[in-house]
Design a binder for this molecule. Structure first.
Ligand code: IPE
Ligand code: IPE
Ligand code: MG
Length: 246
């Protein structure tokens, strides 16, 4: 049933999505895994448009993990081709719809032309102040945390940082998500119940929604359903409800 976008109460500030299930979607149809990734790009477009329409502040999409390099070269090449065509075809719409697009993850391994497209997209959308759309691309949370520790240790060795000044909030500014609020809601499609090295620090108190739906079948309506499920959750952050505190 179509529902009104205006009906979403208690919108999270930051939604992060582990877009999983493309391969299984293809296998069910006796198609190559690549076909699942192609179809998955349409879901990316649908979810980004929904996020813009409901005026979500921050959306982070897990597009390629640092461990995904372990996949067969053929699949990796196909995925990289899809990133190329996404950045080529969609940046214009993101610019027009006031989206600020950025990438988190390592920039050391991707092909130079993809990096150039990413940097061009980031520069062209940098002045926008609508949806903050972040793609986690060649991203791994453990490496991100180790890199933050390395930066702080180097500053301490140079004598520029007193180790006792290292707090959780200082540490967080050294993560790649620096100025983003922590995700309130992490959605994983595809039925697996794990984080697969995604935003491990940042998701400390995120609500988790696991959807059985494979990513290519995930829809705008299911995205809105997940937001409504979030709105019904009671978040305590380790405290107790005010009425229970007496
Ligand atoms: C997610 O779908 C896309 C990427 C990891 C790039 P998968 O390719 O992991 O699909 P499944 O999990 O094998 O079905
Ligand atoms: C997580 O999915 C990575 C992305 C969605 C980009 P994977 O399919 O790589 O995760 P595992 O291997 O099932 O944990
Ligand atoms: Mg998977």
């Amino acid at each position: 049933m179509p529902r009104s976008d205006a009906s979403i109460a208690n919108l999270p500030r930051h939604v992060a999505i582990i877009m999983d299930g493309n391969g299984r979607w293809a296998r069910k149809r006796h198609l190559p895994r690549a076909a699942g990734h192609v179809s998955g790009v349409s879901t990316v477009r649908a979810v980004v448009r929904a996020a813009i329409d409901i005026r979500l502040e921050n959306l982070t999409l897990y597009a390629f993990s640092s461990e995904n390099w372990k996949r067969p070269a053929l699949e990796i090449n196909h995925l990289m081709g899809l990133f190329r065509s996404y950045f080529r075809e969609d940046i214009e719409e993101l610019v027009r719809r006031n989206v600020r697009m950025r990438i988190i993850g390592s920039r050391r391994r991707a092909a130079p032309d993809i990096l150039a497209m990413i940097e061009d997209g980031e520069a062209r959308t940098a002045g926008n102040d609508g949806l903050n759309l972040t793609f986690a691309f060649d991203y791994g949370a453990q490496e991100e945390i180790a890199a933050a520790a390395r930066e702080l240790a180097e500053a301490a060795v140079r004598g520029e940082l007193d180790p006792t000044a290292i707090t959780t909030s200082l540490f967080a500014t050294h993560l790649s998500t620096g100025e983003l609020p922590e995700p309130d809601l992490v959605i994983r499609t595809g039925g697996e119940r794990r984080l697969s090295n995604f935003l491990l620090w940042q998701s400390a108190y995120a609500e988790l929604v696991f959807a059985e739906t494979l990513w290519p079948d995930f829809s705008r309506n299911e995205f809105l359903d997940a937001l409504n499920a979030f709105a019904r959750r009671e978040r305590r952050f380790g405290a107790v409800e005010p009425e229970a505190a007496a």
